[in-house]
Design a protein around this ligand. Structure first.
Ligand code: SF4
Length: 346
């Protein structure tokens, strides 16, 4: 450990011992979870202080209904473009088997520009718009240029409210997401009466955030502190906010594990309905959704996303469920808690 780390760790130990009781902080970004795992931060924390991962992985929180709807579109012969992270969520071999001889066109794109280029060859291409406020502006930009989108974009703040309302959870403080906050700003969090620190992604940032959360608990003065000032501003990115608002409207959305969260979904405005897969393929989607059967497998991802289970508590973890053979969304994405635990846990 570097001397700077040693200093912060000593401060954390001192403050946690002063508080005395058990404390649980939740990190809300998959990239924070990666840093925590990579630097083994959980192991060096005092015994009365726990870190749990929250719903910061967009692939993991996508509802099964949305996954099945997109798979259904692909099986109906509609070309789909998506980010690489999402590809493993589809059991492509099962899709091919179900679809017999029909070809399935699922393309991995690096960004929306690539999807727009692909649209020149495949005019009916549907782009799966996925992610929080971080990726929604890029999707909005592409919608304005004619891309057809199936939007599972979500607003992050309503999920934080839902987590605090969950009586089974006892969260003493949040490490707020750095990427999302770069767009939304920090002001949005002020209505939550719980300790919060927006943090960057270095180990030092995460340790600093933990130390500041402890300060807030000791002083009893709960606020939103910004440790990531080099990127995150109080008002956020106004241009990005403007294009989100121009293209999307806010609706209730279904989150895996958290259920329906009010005013958390970003759907295309009526003005852009010709780019909205929900409108363009409304009849087909209705048919697909009517036939969805939800299998009750043992995947604990829903609980893991709320910090109520650890990956090791799932009977499939590291046995049947591994990154090359994921059985649930938390193992699919590099930001998924099970993937991170599998990669760094050893
Ligand atoms: S290990 Fe796999 S099956 Fe178990 S909770 Fe994680 S993703 Fe789901």
């Amino acid at each position: 450990m570097k001397p700077l780390f040693q200093k912060i760790i000593k401060e954390i130990e001192k403050k946690a011992s002063f508080v005395g009781r058990r404390l649980t902080f939740m990190e809300l970004c998959g990239t924070h979870s990666q840093t925590i795992a990579e630097y083994n931060i959980k192991k060096i924390l005092p015994s009365n202080l726990s870190l749990i991962a929250g719903p910061g992985c967009p692939v993991c929180v996508t509802s099964q209904e949305d996954v099945e709807s997109i798979a259904g579109l692909a099986m109906a012969g509609i070309p789909i473009a998506t980010y690489g992270d999402t590809l493993k969520i589809f059991d492509t071999s099962a899709l091919l088997k179900k679809n017999g001889k029909h070809k399935i066109d699922i393309y991995v794109v690096y960004d929306v520009e690539e999807a727009l280029k692909l649209k020149n060859q495949k005019p009916d291409l549907v782009f799966w718009g996925l992610g929080f406020e971080t990726t929604a502006p890029m999707t909005a930009w592409a919608v304005k240029r004619g891309l057809i989108v199936y939007s599972t974009h979500k607003k992050f703040f309503p999920a934080m409210e839902a987590l605090l309302e969950n009586k089974e959870l006892k969260i003493d403080g949040f490490i707020n997401p750095g990427h999302v906050s770069a767009i939304t700003g920090t002001k949005i969090y002020e209505s939550l009466k719980t300790p919060q620190v927006v943090a960057g992604f270095e180990a030092k940032d995460v340790l600093q955030a933990i130390s500041w959360l402890l300060d807030q608990i000791i002083s009893g003065k709960f606020e939103v502190q910004n440790e990531y000032k080099r990127v995150v501003k109080k008002e956020g990115n106004k241009r990005a906010q403007k294009i989100i608002q121009e293209v999307f409207e806010v609706k209730d959305a279904l989150w895996r594990g958290l259920g329906k969260i009010k005013k958390s979904g970003l759907v295309l405005r009526k003005k852009y309905q010709k780019q909205d897969a929900e409108y363009v393929y409304s009849k087909l989607l209705k048919k697909i959704r009517k036939n969805i059967t939800f299998s009750s497998n043992v995947c604990q991802c829903g609980k893991i996303l709320q910090g109520m289970r650890r990956p090791q508590e799932c009977p499939l973890f590291a046995k049947i469920c591994r990154p090359e053979n994921p059985q649930g969304p938390c193992m699919v994405s590099v930001e998924g808690t099970c993937y991170i635990e599998y990669k760094y846990g050893k």
